[in-house]
Design a protein around this ligand. Structure first.
Ligand SMILES: Nc1ncnc2c1ncn2[C@@H]1O[C@H](COP(=O)(O)OP(=O)(O)OP(=O)(O)O)[C@@H](O)[C@H]1O
Ligand SMILES: [Mg+2]
Length: 236
């Protein structure tokens, strides 16, 4: 098997609300290998998004470790963690999280703009716009580059969000309910697209999902239950 890209070791996460601790993750051990697709299922409130945020270095565990390519990211400064995230991790969310004032192309290019200083962005702009346009074409959105999110369908918005996740050429793409806001036919289209992109790129994909059809297309499915991860076996 290929080498681990992300590992969770004895991860716990507790939230303190109104003086009471809510223990959401109670010791998660999980190894995600380079190039695999992994689906994480579990009931609502099980802590799937919490786990994905920890794996994506958006949040820090209460105890335990997250390793990126074997290195403990917990010892890194906030800035070093953000840099690692920007370079290596792409996110796709259920509600797209696009910037309403920007058009599709600008939304896709946003992570690149954030990597640059203003001066270097203006220098790099035309090559990167070309990359953005090529990616939009790959996502079937050539005709939509100038549209704002409000002028796009849900499926198109999610395609833009997938473009934004991929533009920086990350190693790992973390998707939180990528089809959760879409009808059945559009969910199928988006899930086909994600698996095609995975196939073409060889990147690692992690899907948190309630969509069992999507989950079962992944190489491996785990379930989050009582704050721990266990292999998922579908009822036949
Ligand atoms: N920032 C927070 N502060 C306090 N509690 C939180 C916070 N984020 C999540 N929680 C709580 O942690 C639990 C797990 O939340 P999480 O969003 O990870 O679940 P989930 O499995 O993604 O659920 P869903 O399938 O509904 O998206 C929930 O009970 C939630 O209310
Ligand atoms: Mg969630």
């Amino acid at each position: 098997m290929s080498e681990p890209v992300l590992e969770a070791k004895s991860l716990t996460k507790s939230y303190v609300m109104g003086g009471r601790a809510l223990d959401v993750l109670r010791g998660v051990d999980l190894t995600i290998h380079a190039g695999e697709s992994l689906a994480i299922v579990g009931s609502s409130g099980a802590g799937k998004s919490t786990l994905l945020h920890l794996l994506g270095l958006l949040d820090r565990p209460t105890t335990g470790q997250v390793l990126f390519r074997g290195s403990d990211v917990g010892s890194l400064s906030r800035t070093a963690r953000s840099r690692l995230r920007q370079r290596h991790i792409g996110f796709v969310f259920q509600f797209y999280h696009l910037i309403p004032e920007l058009n599709a192309l600008e939304n896709v290019l946003l992570p690149l703009m954030m990597k640059h200083s203003i001066a270097s962005w203006f220098g790099a702009k035309s090559a990167e716009r070309e990359r953005g346009r090529a990616l939009l074409a790959r996502l079937g959105l050539s005709e939509r580059a100038g549209h704002r999110p409000s002028q796009l369908s849900g499926g198109e918005r999610q395609r833009v969000a997938i473009g934004r996740a991929l533009i920086g050429d990350p190693d790992v793409v973390l998707c939180d309910e990528p089809t959760g806001n879409l009808d059945e036919a559009t969910s199928r289209e988006i899930s086909d697209l994600l698996f095609e992109l995975k196939q073409d790129s060889g990147k690692t994909f992690v899907f948190v999902t309630h969509d069992l059809e999507l989950a079962q297309r992944a190489d491996r499915v785990v379930r989050l239950v009582h704050g721990r991860v266990e292999p998922f076996v579908a009822a036949s």
